[in-house]
Design a protein around this ligand. Structure first.
Ligand code: UT7
Length: 336
């Protein structure tokens, strides 16, 4: 019997309406549009505004769109996995909140925290349940409200991040489409370079931790940049080699959108020119777990059945990895 692969059979994305441009940031911190564009590639990012609105608000929009596009009802979902570093609350899992709001009454749900690699970790995890035959419909959503943990007085971080959500549906495919391989890696010694100092069990929230701005993203940019360039490029080349893929065999690279320079280095290492690299960092910034599904959503109409696609990411932890998949449907035929 042919092995069942976990195929992406639908994709959807959501970004909030409010836009924060580089010109806006020039008024908030000592920066310039020129610096931000040349050092990162970002031109604008979407920000979720409104009292009481957490990451789940965007994820719910994305999942509802996903179900509508595929024409299935929420009670058909077996499992919903949410990748996020900005959960609505420390607990319960944001996935539980999303599942409740979309009406996924037959699903169980959990969160995965792997920072910017969250989506490929969650996709790989969800795919196992399809491949094993345990489940028929798994929703994987990557969503982050980075504006909730970014210090808009810190020019080193506030120019990079944005808010958004993206979701995919995984279903069994016996024709060889879907997730073919993945390589996931982590190295906890990266903790010192990228983390949030307080709000966890090591340093619970206190008046002092708030005053010291310890509930924001702390990033030492240079070491993270160096590790990201090396690791994302290496793991992308490794997954190609492992699966006997030459540059010309890869239709699309879908890189995590942290910095245009990191994306360029990865693409160069894979021998790909920019026409085959999904890049939307200029519009959304780094939306952490949402970058890859947002790319897939933006490029969906161009994707063709059978195309080889490599997803690649690097993020806090450190975590990184790559996924090789064969696209399962012609995007042009999907009602948007
Ligand atoms: O997605 C998860 C993983 N994260 C990443 O992959 C991010 C990796 N890191 C990066 O993308 C880059 O390190 C940053 C974009 C964060 C920073 O770029 P950089 O080229 O590494 O800049 P830097 O931190 O080395 O700073 C260079 C200079 C410094 O000034 P001095 O000390 O040379 O006078 C900074 O203070 O640029 C200055 N600078 C800025 N200037 C204008 C830093 N941020 C800004 C800014 N506007 N927003």
């Amino acid at each position: 019997m042919a092995k069942n692969h976990a195929a992406i059979t639908a994709v959807a994305g959501y970004v909030p309406d409010d836009i924060l441009t580089n010109a806006d940031l020039e008024k908030m911190v000592d920066t310039s549009d020129e610096w931000i564009r040349t050092r990162t590639g970002v031109e604008e990012r979407h920000i979720l505004k409104g009292e009481g609105k957490g990451t789940s608000v965007m994820a719910i929009e994305a999942v509802n769109k996903l179900l509508k596009k595929r024409g299935i009802s929420a009670d058909e979902i077996d499992l919903l996995i949410c990748a996020t570093v900005t959960p609505d609350m420390v607990f319960p899992a944001t996935a539980n909140i999303i599942a409740n709001h979309v009406g996924a009454t037959n699903a169980y749900s959990f969160d995965i925290m792997a920072a910017c690699s969250g989506f490929i970790y969650a996709l790989t995890t969800g795919a196992q349940f399809i491949e094993s035959g345990k489940h028929k419909k798994v929703v994987v959503v990557g969503a982050d409200k980075m504006s909730a943990i970014v210090d808009y007085e810190d020019r080193k971080t506030c120019v990079i991040f944005g808010d958004g959500a993206g979701a995919v549906l995984l279903e069994p495919d016996s024709e060889g489409h879907g997730v073919i391989d993945s390589i996931l890696r982590s190295d906890g010694s990266g903790e010192e370079f990228l983390h949030m100092k307080a709000g966890g069990s090591r340093k619970p929230a206190s008046a002092e931790s708030v005053a010291n701005k310890e509930h924001f993203v702390y990033q030492d940019g240079q070491p993270v940049f160096k590790a990201a360039v090396t690791s994302m490029a290496d793991v992308s080349a490794e997954i190609m080699e492992k699966n006997n893929l030459q540059s010309e065999d890869v239709a699309w690279l879908v890189p995590h959108q942290a910095n245009l320079r990191i994306i360029d280095a990865t693409a160069r290492r894979m021998g790909l020119t920019n026409e085959r690299v999904m890049i939307n960092i200029q519009r959304y910034g780094n939306t952490t777990a949402a970058t890859i599904p947002l790319c897939l959503n933006d490029w969906e109409t161009k994707l063709k059945k059978g195309e080889n696609i490599v997803l690649s990411a690097f993020g806090g932890g450190f975590t990184w990895g790559a996924v090789y998949l064969k696209w399962a449907y012609d995007g042009a035929s999907v009602n948007q």
